[in-house]
Structures are given as C-alpha cells and as structure tokens.
Design a protein around this ligand. Structure first.
Ligand code: AMP
Length: 193
C-alpha cells in the first residue's frame, strides 16, 4: 500500500479531537511512507492531515478543481498539486492514484466521495479497500443506517462487512494492509428481474 486517498471535511468540526486524530493519522502515514492523496485544500480536516503528513516528512498529493482553488485555499506546499476542471475529474484521478481509501469525519462532500468509491467497488470498476476513521464514534449513526439497509434487503451483507470501521489509526492502517475482498460479484437480487 503506497498511497491512500483520504476524504474529509472542509470544516474541522466542533470537537478538537477531530483535528488531533486526523493529524495522528497523517503522522502515521508519513512514518509508514504511505502517500496522502486528497482534495488539495488547506481548509478543515483536509488542511490538518496534509500539514501533518508534510511535517513528518511524508508525501502529499492534491487534486483540486479550478473552481475550488480559491474557496478551499489550494495548498501550496504539496509535492504534487493537480488542478483539474471538474469534480468528476478530481474523483477519477484520486481513485486512480490511491491504493486504498479512508473517510474521516466530514459532511455531504465526504459522503459523496466515499460512497462513490464503495459503489465502484460494488460494481467491480475498482477493487480497493475502504475504511472509515471513526473518530469520536462519528460514523456510528451512519453505520446504523447502513445496517438498516442490509436488514431491509437493499445492501448485501458482504458488501457492508467489506467496509472497515475503526477508531484506532494504527489498527486502521493494519486492517487496510491485510484487507482481502470477500464480496461476491452480484450485488443485485435477481429474483425480481
Ligand atoms: P464536506 O465533507 O461537505 O465538508 O466536503 C469535503 C470536500 O469534498 C469539499 O471540500 C469538496 O472539495 C469535496 N466535495 C464536495 N462535493 C463533492 C463532489 N460532488 N464531488 C467531489 N468532491 C466533492
């Protein structure tokens, strides 16, 4: 695992733990020579993790749409900063450049990005591990909803269990390294078609 795509909030959240824990993950990635691939901004948890990676001698790669260069304060200290035209190009490049993905706490943008990666895995477009960094139990309610979707027959249990949820950053990286895809190729119940 040489690189991880990290999706996270453009805000830092109310609890200072969000920033502290994000910085801890960035430090570990640098120490384990895992490059950070992220949205290229210098705001919110994006800026926090990029700064932590850089402060500990790691490599950080940004991918930012032109329209967000000012709004998200494009980071000027990165090893690579790719300015692309659209959000879709950003997501495609981040997906291609990352060996695995982590969602840290965030809002709609973070949900959009990580859910797209999960669905690409489901469709077989990519086969790469996905983890949620569950700082402060932030994603507990999200996974209550996902478990509900499984119980109601809209998501296959193996697709749900294929997703790593972990609050300890050391264990999180270990789980990503030892991940093996245990899902079937069929996520649709063919009974009804
Ligand atoms: P948020 O989690 O809402 O704070 O958003 C985090 C980051 O996700 C934002 O800073 C945006 O750069 C990015 N983002 C938001 N919406 C999208 C989208 N539709 N596609 C790709 N990136 C997005």
């Amino acid at each position: 695992m040489k690189s991880i795509g990290v999706f996270c909030g453009a805000n830092i959240g109310i609890n200072p733990n969000y920033s502290t824990a994000s910085a801890a993950l960035g430090k570990l990635m640098a120490e384990q020579t895992i490059a950070l691939v992220y949205g290229g901004g210098n705001v919110g948890l994006m800026g926090v993790i990029a700064d932590a990676v850089l402060a500990h001698g790691g490599k950080a790669i940004g991918v930012i749409p032109q329209s967000l260069v000012d709004r998200e304060v494009a980071h000027t200290g990165l090893h690579e900063q790719h300015v692309v035209q659209t959000m879709h190009e950003r997501k495609a490049m981040m997906a291609a450049r990352s060996d695995a993905f982590i969602a840290m706490p965030g809002g709609f943008g973070t949900f959009d990005e990580i859910c797209e990666i999960i669905t690409w895995n489901q469709l077989g477009i990519i086969r790469k591990p996905v983890a949620f960094y569950n700082i402060n139990g932030y994603y507990d309610r999200f996974f209550e909803m996902i478990d509900h979707t499984v119980a109601e027959g809209f998501v296959k249990a193996d697709q749900r269990h294929n997703i790593i949820v972990e609050e300890d950053p050391i264990i999180l990286l270990q789980k990503l390294r030892s991940y093996s895809d245990a899902t079937s190729d069929y996520w649709v119940d063919f009974k009804r078609i």
